[in-house]
Design a protein. Structure first.
Length: 285
DNA sequence: CACGAGACCTGTTCGC
DNA sequence: TGCGAACAGGTCTCGT
């Protein structure tokens, strides 16, 4: 599921006001925030969900901790505790919700973190790819991540430098979290369309101007995604609206919104890639 | 070292 | 209607 805008939306919802009630002011995802709450215990329902440490250590270390902050790095969610950092990666189908402890456990719930009040934080993840880490220093998990696309100090020249020696398709380079953190399959397709770059274009044939335009396009689509609370496709992620504004993603065979040509689909780096064959001209090397 | 295929999982949709 | 194949927001690991 989640790429940067969906993760950002979840992070913002976890920072909602601590006190929240149905019918109150409209908040993201209509659930209370978690900052300031104290953890009373945890239940691991699928062992593999916890990357580190071992379950008994995890429960011992997390119990009694108070949540100080919630933030995002790439597609990771960081929950800063008094002495530890709890990180989540939702991968394809993960989601986090905050609810009353009286609610029934749902199918695919994998990890439950109870608070000392009546609430709990639940990781639900149908495909079991999602992971949680409890570490002293987030660098243990985040080392190797590329820059944040929305960091204003990042420039097109920086991207040019990290791409221009590669023969890999730009589509695959955009998905490489070690080069740029947070872009996934939806937003890479949408950004390539906006920048009018063919997804198969090798990194080494992109000019600095191309990279400037691509960075601008990536930022534009990510920001629009955030404004629309992310994209909700199928049954996985709730509450987003960006799926109603896709220009190419999952529009195979439909008319390009610019030129009317049918959108095409290719598999690049084992991911489907949607593009307009006319607006995004294949670039010769 | 760089790159691509396979693995990890379950659920939904599509084609015959 | 049934059944298998294809596909799904991601990232590791392994082989070439």
């Amino acid at each position: 599921m989640p790429e940067l805008p969906e993760v950002e939306t979840i992070v913002r919802s976890l920072r909602n006001p601590k006190e929240w009630s149905a019918g109150g002011s409209r908040t993201l995802r209509e659930q209370p925030g978690v900052i300031g709450r104290q953890i009373s215990g945890a239940t691991l329902l699928w062992t593999h969900t916890l990357a580190t440490p071992k379950p008994d250590e995890f429960i011992k270390q997390i119990t009694g901790q108070v949540i100080q902050n919630v933030s995002r790095r790439g597609k990771f969610i960081l929950i800063t505790l008094d002495e530890w950092v709890l990180l989540f990666h939702l991968r394809m189908s993960g989601d986090l919700r905050v609810e009353d402890q009286g609610q029934p456990i749902q199918k695919h719930d994998r990890l439950i973190i109870d608070f000392t009040d009546h609430l709990r934080l639940v990781l639900n993840d149908a495909r079991k790819f999602g992971r949680a880490w409890l570490v002293k220093d987030e660098k243990e998990v985040l080392a190797g991540l590329g820059p944040e696309p929305l960091d204003p100090t990042l420039t097109g020249v920086d991207l040019f430098k990290s791409w221009h020696r590669s023969s890999r398709a730009i589509k695959a380079l955009l998905l490489d979290q070690g080069l740029l953190a947070g872009v996934g399959n939806i937003y890479s397709d949408e950004a390539l369309f906006q920048a009018k770059v063919h997804p198969l274009t090798p990194g080494k044939s992109l000019t600095e101007e191309n990279c400037d335009q691509l960075l601008y396009a990536v930022r534009t689509v990510l920001e629009e995604g955030i404004r629309k609370n992310g994209a909700s496709i199928d049954w996985v992620y709730r509450g987003g609206d960006f799926q109603n504004h896709f220009k190419v993603y999952q529009r195979t065979g439909q008319a390009c919104k610019i030129c009317g040509s049918p959108i095409e689909r290719l598999v690049i780096g084992q991911r489907s890639s949607h593009f307009c064959p006319v607006c995004q001209k294949a670039k010769k090397n």
